[in-house]
Design a protein around this ligand. Structure first.
Ligand SMILES: NC(=O)C1=CN([C@@H]2O[C@H](COP(=O)(O)OP(=O)(O)OC[C@H]3O[C@@H](n4cnc5c(N)ncnc54)[C@H](O)[C@@H]3O)[C@@H](O)[C@H]2O)C=CC1
Ligand SMILES: O=C(O)C1=N[C@H](C(=O)O)C[C@H](O)C1
Length: 238
């Protein structure tokens, strides 16, 4: 598979090593100067990990150039529906995931199960914490937003999420976003009562899991049209 890397920072470089190990060829690398369509078109699939303000434009260029795209950039999701419509209009291919690691995708399922289990027990209050490195541009993390959206669907006590400093009522799911050293990504969901707490945590030890998942997603998308998720790629139950 010929791959274009759109964004060549921490994730772009980790992706390149895994792509080469799996026998793929990196045919283009783009950074803050943006994409070049003639180079982009040499790729079977583009993998985009850039910055929140560049993601929409990069995805649009890929879809308009007929290059299927796997994107993990977070902080641009207010324009997700526009990109899905463009993908459908162009008969393109798209996979977005707030987190590509197998572990987090299993953790997403655990979170949904736990929210359903806790729904009848209003003595427990749910809260979330995410910890990331100090370079991260967005808060809360995309993964925390995915977890929060799933939790709110299952738990009637919560109707929206808010960063801890903005949470106003008991029906707000508070998300504390901590920025610390070089932490790759830790997400915790805690149900607290006066009697006890129940907490689940996913801790990434490095970026390998994110990058491997994105490469597996690109292998899945190669030659396909349509909009897919990591549940499709990993064949996980909905
Ligand atoms: N979905 C997932 O599994 C994961 C998502 N991420 C997300 O991926 C994004 C990138 O993460 P990192 O690589 O750690 O960040 P990074 O800051 O190391 O790299 C971002 C790169 O994008 C480049 N860039 C800036 N403008 C660009 C443009 N117009 N076109 C292409 N590239 C441009 C920058 O020069 C930089 O090298 C972030 O939004 C992060 O939250 C990170 C890890 C896993
Ligand atoms: O910026 C990061 O580093 C990460 N971003 C993603 C997110 O916002 O959830 C995924 C992972 O947690 C690392």
């Amino acid at each position: 598979m010929k791959v274009a890397l759109v964004g060549y920072g921490k994730m772009g470089k980790t992706l390149e090593k895994i792509l080469v190990d799996r026998g793929h060829e990196v045919v283009a690398r783009f950074g803050s100067e943006g994409t070049q369509v003639s180079e982009l078109k040499k790729a079977d699939v583009a993998i985009e990990f850039s910055v929140p303000e560049a993601a929409y434009g990069n995805l649009k260029t890929c879809l308009e150039s007929g290059v299927p795209i796997v994107t993990g950039t977070t902080g641009w999701l207010d324009r997700y529906d526009e990109i899905v419509s463009l993908c459908q209009e162009k008969n393109g291919g798209l996979i977005y995931a707030s987190n590509f690691s197998l572990g987090v995708n299993l953790f997403f399922a655990l979170n949904r199960y736990l929210a359903d289990l806790m729904a009848p027990y209003s003595d427990y209050n749910a809260e979330m914490t995410e910890i990331h490195h100090i370079h991260k541009l967005d808060a809360p993390s995309g993964t925390a937003i995915s977890l929060a959206e799933d939790l709110i669907k299952g738990l009637p006590q919560k109707d929206k999420w808010a960063l801890k400093e903005n949470a106003q009522s008991d029906s707000d799911l508070s998300i504390e976003a901590i920025r610390e050293n070089e932490v790759p990504g830790t997400h915790s969901i805690r149900y607290s009562s006066a009697i006890d707490d129940i907490e689940i945590t996913h801790t990434a030890h490095n970026r390998q899991g994110f990058a491997l998942g994105a490469v597996i997603a690109a292998e899945y998308l190669n030659g396909k049209q349509g909009v897919y998720s990591m549940r499709d790629v990993l064949n996980l139950p909905s």
